[in-house]
Write a protein that binds this ligand. Sequence first.
Ligand code: ACO
Length: 311
Amino acid sequence: GLDELTARFEATIAANERIEPRDWMPDGYRQTLIRQIAQHAHSEIIGMQPEANWITRAPSLLRKAILLAKVQDEAGHGLYLYAAAETLGVSRAELFELLHSRKQKYSSIFNYPTLTWADVGAIGWLVDGAAITNQVPLCRCSYGPYARAMIRICKEESFHQRQGFDILYRLSHGTPAQHEMAQDAVNRWWWPSLMMFGPPDDQSPHTAQSMAWGIKRFTNDELRQKFVDMIVPQAAVLGLTLPDPQLRWNPERGHYDFGPIDWSEFYRVIGGGGPCNEQRLRHRIEAYTAGAWVREAAAAYAAKHGQRTAA
Ligand code: ACO
């Protein structure tokens, strides 16, 4: 009966073992995973846009090849994540519909513009750095397909972070104008990167339950602190500063203290009012609509091929 199924599920979670697609799971667990994995997949797909903006303008052939590879990786991450979500009983078409109708979110961070080449560096260093901090623990998520998808994604994300660091290092140690461009990008991306981790724990409706289910392994505030502690020494190596006068080492806590985050900005951006929300979603819907013939042709080909094999 249901009690027995629930007990088996709880025991699997308690033993730190994996829940697999064919296992029974409570509906809340399934819905939470669909929400989180779909939001994650949408973020990878929408996240291609701010950087794609610079592919044609990258300053050298090498930088262009690297950026192309990176943006293609993000498409791949989106696809593994949609595939992981599909194991929970939703279709990719449904998930696209939920994104396009704004019923599901994607990360707040991708609603900011990429104004200069240094922004590509700042995205790699800060945004992908935040993504790794959040995603490495997801490799130990209690849901098998999500955890396994995260392993390869995290490897690729570390390459992305290094390429961002490398862009900023070169700019920071270049001409005064290049240094200033790098600093300006870091100033603009710093606070939005801290917001990527989600609202503070006492205002996060999902954290407690997701921790209990082993979906999240750390809270939003714990991950945000880990990220700050990792980035501050890297900023010193880059020769760049972070735009927070309250940032300082706290020997009692063994962590860096940082200033208050403007949560009204976060809620405005996830509510659709960020600088690029309209543009990002419009572009996504246009690309999806324009690609309809490719999906139709692929489906027709698969159907024809299937008939031949059957015959
Ligand atoms: N951007 C957009 N929405 C967010 C963000 C954010 N940065 N942070 C939190 N939210 C949303 C949550 O999805 C939730 O929305 P809902 O209740 O309307 O569905 C709401 O704000 C409340 O937040 P939490 O209770 O803290 O939600 P949750 O437990 O899901 O934690 C987190 C949020 C940390 C982002 C979690 O979902 C997660 O780890 N996701 C996987 C990583 C991910 O999506 N990364 C994408 C960006 S990285 C990249 O793509 C390069």
